[in-house]
Write a protein that binds this ligand. Structure first.
Ligand code: COA
Length: 285
């Protein structure tokens, strides 16, 4: 997909999302602001489709996920999901699976870097979007909350797993058990996001980060993510075998670029990898 407003990925428009691609960065905006961008079954369907299309789009190197107007996402749509599907157990389970799949496995295994840009309300199920993304930048003024306990539920779906993956036990249980809201600065302090900045700087800061990632080698980027996630789940021996095999795979995928260009240009004195990125300094090779 070329630069510019793409109501669509590959010409497809979405009922609940906006998709824009600029300079290799695809921004997906959850677009139900009147419902505080809560995730309805249609939004889960749209996200599943959009992520598949953008994955295969060579012009897209980085994803940013955010919400329309002043909200990130108010979690699951409590009415359209829990209430409307109350008496339709098969459909409920189908949507439940789709909802957990894109926020957890699809984002975790996404071959391109993903950034959550949290611009406002972020409740319940939205924590799994934040955790599913590789990196997260929040507005200091954003409001986060594990509100489930406040309406007599627990952090269901993929949310408890997201909390276990990302937070220290004290923080996960504190916010899960009290349901107290907290701001972006607290989200940064507890490691739920990488960075919290004043809201006025959120878009510029996030897009600068996205462009920085877009300028790195995409195969090395995909391997960085995959090696991290795989290593978490493997024994030491399996992780070493995987790592050795991955090195060889990278040589094949890149046409040897990490050796010939990356190390090669360092040895020719053209750049210093400790201080700068090859492609940003020298070009794509
Ligand atoms: N599911 C469905 N609808 C939601 C929603 C959700 N998670 N969050 C907000 N909405 C809807 C409201 O029902 C309301 O719809 P209406 O205008 O048709 O009545 C609209 O969005 C605006 O909500 P409102 O409460 O008036 O806005 P607010 O800005 O004062 O408060 C929240 C926003 C997000 C703090 C509040 O709506 C809220 O607490 N929502 C529930 C959040 C939650 O518990 N999410 C976890 C789900 S897993």
């Amino acid at each position: 997909m070329e630069n510019g407003s793409a109501e669509a990925a590959g010409g497809v428009t979405f009922e609940t999302l906006l998709v824009d691609v600029v300079d290799g960065v695809a921004k997906i905006t959850l677009n139900r602001p009147r419902k505080r961008n809560a995730m309805s079954p249609s939004l889960h369907r749209d996200m599943t489709r959009a992520l598949a299309l953008l994955r295969d789009d060579d012009a897209v190197r980085v994803l940013v996920i955010t919400g329309a107007e002043d909200h990130f996402c108010a979690g699951m749509d409590l009415k359209e999901f829990f209430i409307a599907l109350k008496d339709a157990p098969a459909e409920y389970e189908r949507v439940w699976r789709m909802a957990v799949e894109w926020r957890a496995r699809t984002l975790r295994n996404y071959p391109k870097p993903t950034i959550a840009m949290i611009n406002g309300f972020c409740f319940g199920g939205a924590f799994s979007i934040v955790e599913g993304c590789d990196l997260a930048v929040a507005a200091q003024e954003a409001t986060f909350g594990l509100s489930e306990i406040n309406f007599k539920l627990f952090p269901g779906g993929s949310v408890s797993k997201s909390l276990a993956n990302l937070l220290r036990p004290r923080d996960a249980l504190w916010y899960g058990m009290t349901g107290r809201p907290f701001d972006g600065l607290t989200a940064e302090k507890i490691g739920l996001v990488n960075l919290a900045v004043p809201k006025a700087e959120l878009e510029a800061t996030t897009m600068e980060l996205a462009r920085e990632l877009a300028a790195k080698d995409p195969h090395a980027m995909a391997a960085t993510k995959e090696a991290y996630h795989m290593s978490l789940e493997m024994s030491w021996d399996a992780a070493m075998a995987y790592s050795f095999a991955k090195e060889q795979e990278l040589v094949v995928r890149q046409g040897d670029a990490w050796k010939s260009e990356g190390i090669g240009d360092f040895l020719k004195g053209k750049f210093k990898p400790g201080l700068e990125s090859h492609d940003a300094k020298i070009g794509q090779g």
